[in-house]
Design a protein around this ligand. Structure first.
Ligand code: FHN
Length: 626
């Protein structure tokens, strides 16, 4: 019986749980109780069959912009640091449950499942839930004090308990608790966040342990209908800036059959409701083609993620939900350094708090968050994070992190050199340093060209034990002016062998397409068995080694100046391929891309990056059809 890995495998919790068999009997019992859940109000009429896709069909392209550069995602890419809040009926138990036989079982937001709490018993627990001390203004202030510029709160976790007065069932904070029925904590949080200029997102679990219609394929459409309706309630009622999906992975108890096709349909529905939404990749199957960004959990990628924006989510201790016994708090220095590592690799940091049963954020959490905020507010050190991103121009050093914001590199030094010693910074492309200063100190920094880069020699001690920031003003290598390109010539074949004349010939401004299951490049072209040949030239702005990245399903081959640089011709699921090519600023390099869709999903994106250029879809201005 699959489930979340056992405690000693806890570190794997951050990955979708894998089937496990040791808990079969126990969880089998839990399954029996889950399926005999509370009497629910009559379900809404059965929805359209799951295969229907509201907006799909040949000629549909779900890629509407490039998340790396879109106005829609600008706030998210600039803010960098957010607060995650895990708060729900499980919080009432504060991480501990005493079974009828007197044994004590511990977990947080998974406690119902981990401790096999009978549904009726869990419902009684929820009935006693009364987070009367929930103070939205205090929580928003804690986020502000931390320097967190967006908040994501669990609106519904796996236990299915809604934290707003949903009309889809009675399993929610308004209708099934001891809480003041006049209050709505999501509305309170939305109001406080708006007043503070902080963006608000909702976490929503697809996987639902409580809804009896979830587990059975025959009744899942009823659950799905309620899920769509709940999400519409959240969007219409609270206007969130972001939706953070979870519970999308294959698992049992109850069986979770969520598919990439389900995710395609849900994402299209949500973007139809609000085109401005930012949505994570767990709306689908946590892949590079799902949503706007990837979601590594309890870990930090060691470099910018290929093909997708990303956000690392992490706990302050060892639990997402509140667990009163868990005092294994990460230090403020570790947390601040995590944030700096993440910003230097172009990611976001979503750091979690778990309020207790009364709705109070634990003081150790508040203290750590405040310490991070204090570092960010000191001597303008926050400029190393907010609006900053991957440094590109330099290799990540062993002594700290380096982020870039405009023509300033922020070297956040954890291991300050001894007096007279230097820090080496390896350059990945030639550039000049025209200024250097230590934030929060008037000491001098001597910058000397050395080997593959520069030696930085401070004249004084580290001003900050957590990390001291050396701001380097740089003059990047000369670049060509923005191009006046119009895009690439696209020959679209109604077959996947490029046979005969193309069905459609046009100019595509970029190669940024998500046709998914039912879409295709043109209404005249079927959703399966088609091919696209893009030809023309690309004109880089920098004379550097570029990384060309494709995100493709089913096959792709790329030629630059007649040389095959990506050959991914075996049909595949959505995948990333890369090539490094030396390009010359202002020079037209010939480009050809042969892409085919066989059956199933269809995706094709061409991105690039270089030391001077962070990752993005190759822009129209740099592409020409000849
Ligand atoms: O199972 C959940 C877990 O409870 C928690 O919500 C994390 C944080 O996003 N996500 C899932 C585990 O990947």
């Amino acid at each position: 019986m699959p489930g979340r890995p056992h405690r000693f495998l806890r570190s794997f919790r951050s990955r979708p749980p894998r089937p496990r068999h040791g808990l079969c009997v126990l969880l089998g019992l839990a399954l029996a109780t889950i399926l005999t859940g509370p009497g629910l109000p009559p379900a809404a009429a059965a929805p359209a069959p799951r295969t229907a896709s509201p907006a799909a069909g040949p000629g549909t392209d779900y890629a509407t912009d490039d998340p790396f550069t879109a106005d829609r995602t600008t706030w998210w890419r600039q803010d960098r640091f957010g607060m995650f809040i895990h708060f729900g009926a499980y919080s009432q138990l504060e991480g501990e449950y005493t079974r009828s036989d007197g044994t004590v079982c511990r977990d947080a937001e998974w406690i119902k499942r981990s401790c096999a709490i009978p549904t009726r018993r869990y419902e009684d627990v929820a009935q006693g839930f009364d987070p009367s001390a929930f103070d939205a203004k205090a929580i928003v202030k804690a986020a502000q004090d931390a320097g967190q510029r967006y908040i994501v709160i669990t609106s519904k976790h796996h236990d299915g308990y809604a934290m707003w007065p949903t009309r889809q069932n009675g399993w929610n904070l308004r209708d099934h608790s001891s809480f003041d029925r006049r209050r709505d904590i999501l509305a309170e949080l939305k109001s406080a966040a708006d007043d503070a200029g902080i963006k608000l997102g909702f976490y929503y679990s697809i996987w639902d342990w409580h809804d009896p219609d979830f587990a059975d394929p025959a009744t899942f459409p009823k659950y799905e209908k309620r899920m769509y309706a709940q999400l519409k309630e959240l969007i219409d009622g609270y206007h969130p800036d972001l939706l953070w999906f979870d519970g999308e992975w294959d698992t049992d108890n109850p069986v979770n059959r969520w598919s990439s096709r389900d995710g395609e349909r849900l994402e299209a529905y949500l973007r139809g409701l609000d085109p401005g939404l930012v949505i994570n990749n767990r709306v689908g199957k946590r892949r590079v083609v799902d949503g706007d960004y990837g979601t590594p959990e309890q870990e930090i990628p060691d470099a910018p993620v290929d093909g997708q924006l990303w956000e690392s989510c992490m706990t302050l201790n060892d639990h997402w939900g509140y667990a009163r016994y868990d005092q294994n708090w990460k230090s403020p220095a570790t947390l601040t350094r995590n944030l700096l590592d993440i910003a230097g690799r172009g990611g976001n940091y979503l750091l979690n708090v778990g309020p207790d049963r009364l709705g109070r954020v634990p003081q150790p959490s508040v203290d750590r968050l405040r310490a991070i905020g204090s570092w960010l507010r000191t001597a303008g050190q926050g400029r190393a994070v907010y609006g900053a991103g991957a440094a590109g121009l330099v290799a990540e050093p062993s002594w700290g992190a380096v982020s870039r914001r405009g023509n300033t590199l922020y070297a956040s030094v954890r291991s300050w050199p001894a007096a007279g010693q230097s820090l080496h910074l390896g350059a990945t492309t030639p550039f000049r340093v025209t200024g250097a200063r230590v934030l929060g100190s008037d000491q001098r920094i001597t910058v000397t060209e050395a080997g593959d880069g520069f030696d930085l020699t401070p004249s004084g001690a580290a001003p900050d034990p957590t990390a001291s920031v050396i701001a380097l003003t740089v003059k990047p290598p000369a670049s060509a002016p923005p191009g006046d390109g119009t895009g690439l010539k696209a020959e679209i074949f109604a077959n996947d062998t490029f046979t005969g004349p193309p069905a459609v010939t046009r100019t595509d401004p970029t190669v940024n397409h998500a046709w998914r299951y039912a879409g295709s490049p043109d209404p005249a072209v079927p959703a399966d068995h088609f091919g696209v040949r893009w030809t023309g030239s690309l004109k880089p702005r920098h004379s550097e080694t570029y990384t060309l990245t494709t995100v493709s399903d089913d096959t792709v081959r790329v030629w630059i100046d007649g040389r095959l640089v990506i050959d991914s011709a075996t049909p595949h699921e959505p995948r990333v391929d890369k090539a490094t090519v030396a390009l010359r600023a202002g020079h037209r390099h010939t480009l050809r891309i042969d892409y085919t869709e066989r059956t199933g999903e269809a995706h094709m994106k061409l991105l690039w990056s270089s030391p001077s250029q962070t990752q993005r879809i190759v822009p129209r201005s740099q592409l020409s059809p000849s």
